[in-house]
Design a binder for this molecule. Structure first.
Ligand code: ADE
Length: 229
């Protein structure tokens, strides 16, 4: 999979993809991430990428030209399955969406800033608009990093134990049960007996009960998907 990220803050990506699972995915060659500085595509002598909004109102709007030129150049080199704009008014990102996106070949993630991007970019280039949650970030960069992480780890061969993605919270609409490791007692705090019992059937039953209990308390909407969100 190839991910091209368009941003006015390329430095923001010098950390998130250089560690752990995503680093390994890049080293293995299963995921390539390219960062493009939108400012480098500006025709303007001051390398401006934003301008005042027609009709007034507070805040600047990201201009068409630099972003359109960047996308056009990338599209000349290969075709893209999705051109995704990160925006708080997009479709809410969730695990099924991550699963779907992990099957794509090439995607573009466009990071917005200021009051947004010229609507014509959304009409003519964007194929999907995603929000990572009901809160407003100062730009799309962190959202792009979150989405990249969530989808890259799902690509076969990225996780060591391939089943571990299947047992993630959300894959079966349940939050994960509690987990413990050694020592079995610390400060008088004990690991539940059933986990030490060796009785696999009882252990699975306990884990499922705990997962349901935690989901009911914290995310009841997941148990009744029709009422979710
Ligand atoms: N840009 C600003 N806020 C955002 C959000 N919640 N999700 C995606 N992109 C954003």
């Amino acid at each position: 999979m190839r991910i091209d990220i368009l941003t006015i803050f390329p430095e923001m990506f010098s950390g998130p993809f250089d560690h752990s699972i995503i680093k390994r995915a890049k080293e293995k060659g299963v995921a390539d991430i390219y960062i493009h500085d939108i400012r480098e595509f500006s025709n303007n002598k001051h390398r401006n990428v934003d301008d005042y909004a027609f009709g007034g109102g507070a805040g600047m709007v990201m201009m068409i030209q630099p972003i359109a030129d960047c996308i056009e150049q990338l599209k000349k080199e290969r075709s893209y399955d999705e051109i995704i704009f990160l925006t708080p008014d997009g479709f809410l990102f969730d695990q099924p969406m991550a699963n779907r996106l992990s099957l794509k070949g090439n995607i573009i993630l466009l990071c917005g800033h200021y009051k947004g991007i010229d609507e014509r970019l959304r009409e003519h280039y964007t194929t999907l608009e995603i929000s990572i949650g009901d809160y407003v970030l100062s730009g799309g960069e962190l959202a792009a990093a979150v989405i990249s992480d969530a989808i890259i780890r799902l690509i076969p061969g990225v996780l060591n134990d391939e089943t571990s993605a299947l047992s993630d919270s959300y894959q079966d609409n349940l939050l994960s049960p509690p987990v413990y490791t050694r020592p079995s007692e610390y400060n008088g705090w004990k690991v539940p007996d059933v986990l030490l019992s060796g009785n696999e059937k009882e252990i699975i039953k306990w884990q499922r009960e705990k997962a349901i209990e935690r989901t009911r308390q914290r995310r009841p909407g997941l148990l009744n998907p029709d009422q979710a969100h």
